[in-house]
Ligand binder design. Structure first.
Ligand code: CA
Length: 249
């Protein structure tokens, strides 16, 4: 009898334990999703260079070319440093192909894994808003001289996606960056990089005529974030139960 009882009771106990643990995990998962620790990776003053992507005839990206400030690239006073200056002053770049910037965050924030990007609209018309982004990372040292061409083979692709900024415009100058003027995109990533390249494409030319020489891309700010869900009280309780259980064994 004792042997038979053991055969029936043990599976029942296991099932009940499984249900209990699954319930606790469910509560923990619900609680964990309610809060996150969000850390910005870029800061004003970080090393930054601007430029544009050069594509092959088959539209495959082959290199990123460092642009000369105030010449054929960006508007004076609206250079790439303004993309990470913490205020509304924009980065405005005219060029035939996708524009972008390379940012090297500080060693401290650069150790964080980026898994979210936020882009704030500039004060210009919507036609100049970026409509898509590509995010690359590299630990390689990069040439920074004007006209230097950085092969894309030096970069890893981290994420890409479409952007659809609303009509709300963020003022320039020292205006605050407002959440309602921005868009957030989350993505999967599991490693940090020493340098990030972010490129954007814009919707159309300013005058509405499809002329690639007229393309202008304009936005107030871009930021990468490391988002980590906070462990909930239920999760911590579960961990405590687990430790207790381990000790008993
Ligand atoms: Ca800015």
């Amino acid at each position: 009898m004792t042997y038979t009882y053991g055969l029936i009771a043990n599976p029942l106990i296991k099932i009940m334990k499984t249900i209990l643990i699954a319930g606790i995990f469910g509560i923990a998962a619900f609680g964990a999703s309610s809060a996150s620790v969000i850390s910005p990776i870029f800061a004003p003053g970080d090393f930054v260079i601007g430029g544009q992507l050069i594509e092959n005839i088959d539209f495959s990206v082959i290199e990123f070319v460092v642009a000369e400030p105030g010449f054929t690239g960006w508007t004076p006073g609206e250079g790439p440093e303004n993309a990470i200056d913490g205020v509304g002053q924009p980065y405005t770049y005219s060029g035939p192909i996708d524009i972008g910037l390379v940012v090297r965050p500080s060693a401290q924030t650069g150790s964080l894994v980026a898994n979210q990007i936020q882009v704030w609209a500039g004060q210009n018309q919507i036609a100049t808003d970026p409509i898509s982004f590509r995010l690359f990372g590299t630990d390689n040292s990069l040439p920074t001289d004007v006209g230097a061409a950085i092969p894309m083979s030096r970069f890893d692709m981290i994420a890409s996606g479409d952007l659809s900024l609303l009509e709300a415009r963020n003022a320039g100058g020292n205006a605050a960056l407002l959440e309602e003027n921005s868009q957030i995109v989350s993505f999967e990533n599991d490693r940090a990089y020493r340098n990030y390249l972010i490129t954007f494409s814009s919707a159309e030319s300013l005058d509405g005529i499809v002329d690639i020489d007229d393309f202008i891309t304009h936005f107030s700010e871009v930021q990468l974030f490391n988002v980590v869900p906070e462990p909930s009280a239920a999760m911590l309780c579960l961990l405590g139960v687990g430790l207790l259980s381990t000790r008993r064994r």
